[in-house]
Design a protein around this ligand. Structure first.
Ligand code: ZN
Length: 677
């Protein structure tokens, strides 16, 4: 499970940059933001200390990086079955056009392609809505006129047949309108255009997976996680993503680089990487569990990675996982902070406001660390979470614990890029709130992420007989809600000061003020007019803020204030707000522990989805006046092995690629799947 950036408080403060990196920075300022288009900005992140790593670590990172880049096409195809054909057609036009590249139509075409790269497909990475091209079909024809047939993907037939799928997908707004539909009452599969199911209704898929689950199995595999469910000759079958199965050409490359990585890794990591490769070879979900157990129990290796079909946010039913990867290494100094938190894990669990029956009697191995990423791939690229807690299987978390990370160099890049963007001045009414956010915003964000990931997701337990999948399409939102509430509640606990993590309650005040402001107002900047909130993390933030507003209304815990014609939201009573977080945590944990679908559905639908159109219009207008983009993603550094007699003797890192250059590089060198899978 992941934590997505909240982007409200990350405007002030910076992470200090010491050592040779710092010196270089003084000579030539590091450019954090390198591109911007539509609602997106593209940043770079630094990889501190890479140059000083021993050769073995550099080489291991290099091989894992290669594995992280080889699955990019998988995600494109998972997101929509025509995405690869569309991307390649667009890229062929982009490279082949020798006409005027200074016209508004060219700019619109380039923007569209940049958006497709960013979203790994033609649907927005966050809202899931299909992009609207701002260039005409006639212009598209003009661009393609100069492209020879052999530069176009051929798997869907000749040029005419290709255009028969590509053009309607781009230009017909009524087709494939959303990648992920979660509207209550719809058939969520037939109305979603992600590529996890084909010709299968929601009811059929639900029956299929219900029939697989053995209610008495205490260690169930993650049914359906690594396959596409299709109907063949009237029967449901899974096309498994493995060597020899669906997506084999890309998976074979991933396995190739994993084997290289295993060759230079030390035990126990070597065995972990081998177990992952074996899972890719067999597609056996028991083997995936075996790998996860090895992975979660390895808390010694400084270099670590995520690589596989992991998160299920893209499947409306929550079974299928998108492919993702990152490669990372522990930041030993910053990790002290999370060790203090996880060291007190049992205290936090015992003192939490949830019903005693739903607390873990014994909190198992929460291993928390602060990391820096060295590479982002698949569903972690270019947009990446800032915290990760894995594995996702409930029984593994219960028996073997979970690994939880906060990504330091990514939050640093966000903070650096957001300096002085004017967001607080525009939306935060009180000077005292802005002052606290300036002083404690970054610390509050980091600690909230630590608590969310280290403890929040791992806390609590299910009632006997409850499997954890009962909440269906509301599961992701409610799980993020639970983890966020845990973090919010404890950020304001006196225990945090006692542990030496915060100077006092002001850190919580800063976080509460910006969290509520974001949940009720500023995150609406990410939503198009007329749309509701769809994405799980955004629903969760809205749900928490709206619920607390309503529950605290009589006491004016949170209040709407209008000044000079602008609306603001103000927290009047931070202590009472904290109590509300606690009460809500108790209820959300009960819903999860009892698998109370109806109560969960009611909470999300009443508080987390519907947008007030007037407020929405105001937020969009004020946000637009600031000229900042509500979404951000990253380009990766470039790693170049230095070879002597065929042996790697060093790996050099450079921050040299721009956004379009990197995307074209990846499409050229890390593209292994046919356009039709
Ligand atoms: Zn989370």
């Amino acid at each position: 499970m992941v934590k997505v950036i909240t982007m409200t408080t990350l405007v002030a403060g910076s992470v200090s940059c010491a050592g040779p990196e710092g010196k270089r920075q003084a000579e030539e300022p590091f450019r954090w933001q390198i591109d911007a288009f539509d609602d997106i900005k593209v940043l770079r992140y630094r990889v501190p200390g890479f140059e000083e790593m021993p050769l073995q670590e550099k080489t291991l990172i290099y091989y894992l990086n290669q594995a992280a880049l080889c699955g990019r096409d998988i995600l494109f195809d998972q997101n929509f079955k025509y995405n690869l054909a569309i991307r390649r057609t667009l890229e062929a036009a982009y490279a082949g056009f020798d006409g005027d590249r200074t016209t508004p139509e060219w700019a619109a075409f380039e923007k569209y392609l940049k958006k497709v790269w960013f979203a790994n497909g033609i649907h927005h990475h966050y809202s899931n809505d299909k992009f609207v091209p701002e260039f005409s079909e006639a212009y598209f024809d003009e661009l393609l006129a100069g492209v020879p047939d052999d530069r176009l993907p051929g798997e869907w037939g000749d040029r005419q047949a290709l255009m028969a799928i590509v053009k309607p997908a781009i230009f017909d707004a009524s087709l494939y309108a959303t990648r992920l539909n979660q509207r209550d009452g719809d058939d969520l599969l037939l109305t979603s255009s992600s590529n996890y199911y084909e010709g299968v209704s929601q009811a059929e898929a639900e029956r299929y997976f219900a029939s697989m689950a053995d209610p008495d199995d205490p260690r169930p595999v993650s049914y359906g996680l690594n396959s596409k469910l299709v109907k063949e000759n009237g029967r449901l079958t899974e096309r498994v993503w493995k060597v020899g199965g669906m997506y084999s050409p890309a998976i074979e490359r991933i396995v190739y680089w994993l084997e290289k990585a295993a060759g230079v890794a030390a035990s126990p990591q070597k065995e972990t990487i081998e177990a992952l490769a074996e899972y890719y070879r067999t597609g056996d979900l028991r083997q995936f569990d075996a790998y996860n157990i090895l992975w979660v129990e390895d808390t010694v290796s400084r270099i670590d990675f995520v690589n596989g079909f992991i998160e299920n946010y893209g499947d409306p039913l929550g079974y299928k996982a998108s492919w993702e990867s990152n490669v990372n290494y522990r930041d030993d100094q910053a990790t002290q902070r999370t060790w203090v938190i996880s060291g007190a894990a049992q205290w936090f669990e015992d003192h939490s406001p949830v019903d005693d029956r739903y607390k873990k009697k014994e909190v198992k191995g929460v291993s928390a660390k602060v990391i820096n990423v060295a590479m982002l791939g698949g569903d972690c690229y270019p947009a990446t979470p800032i915290g990760i807690n894995l594995p996702n299987a409930d029984w593994i978390r219960k028996e073997h614990g979970s690994k939880s990370v906060t990504i330091q160099n990514i939050t640093q890049a966000y903070a650096e890029a957001a300096k002085g963007n004017g967001l607080q001045e525009e939306f935060m009414l009180r000077e005292e709130d802005r002052r606290r956010v300036a002083e404690y915003g970054l610390l509050g964000d980091n600690l909230h992420t630590d608590l969310h990931e280290c403890l929040g997701h791992g806390s609590g337990q299910l009632a006997p007989g409850v499997k954890g999948s009962e909440l269906g399409s509301y599961g992701s939102t409610l799980e993020e809600t639970r983890a966020d509430l845990f973090g919010l509640y404890y950020l304001g606990d006196p225990k945090m000061a006692e542990l030496g993590l915060v100077p006092g309650f002001d850190v919580a005040k800063a976080q509460y003020a910006s969290y509520i402001m974001n949940g009720l107002m500023t995150q609406l900047a990410r939503i198009e007019p007329g749309k509701n909130v769809e994405e799980a993390h955004m629903r969760n933030r809205k749900l928490i803020a709206e619920w607390c507003y309503e529950q605290g209304k009589a006491d004016k815990v949170i209040e709407w204030v209008t000044e000079n014609g602008k609306r603001y939201v103000v927290v009047n009573d931070f202590e009472k707000l904290r109590e509300l977080f606690g009460r809500m945590l108790r209820e959300v944990q009960r819903i999860k522990s009892e698998g109370d679908f109806e109560a969960g559905r009611r909470l999300v639908e009443s508080y987390g989805v519907k947008v007030d159109p007037e407020l929405h219009a105001e937020v969009l207008e004020r946000y637009a006046s600031l000229g900042i983009q509500p979404y951000a993603g990253f380009v990766n550094p470039v790693y170049t092995p230095v070879l002597e007699n065929g042996e790697i003797v060093d790996v050099e890192i450079g921050y040299t690629e721009d956004y379009a250059g990197q995307m074209l590089d990846y499409s050229e060198n890390y593209s292994f799947l046919p356009s039709k899978n």
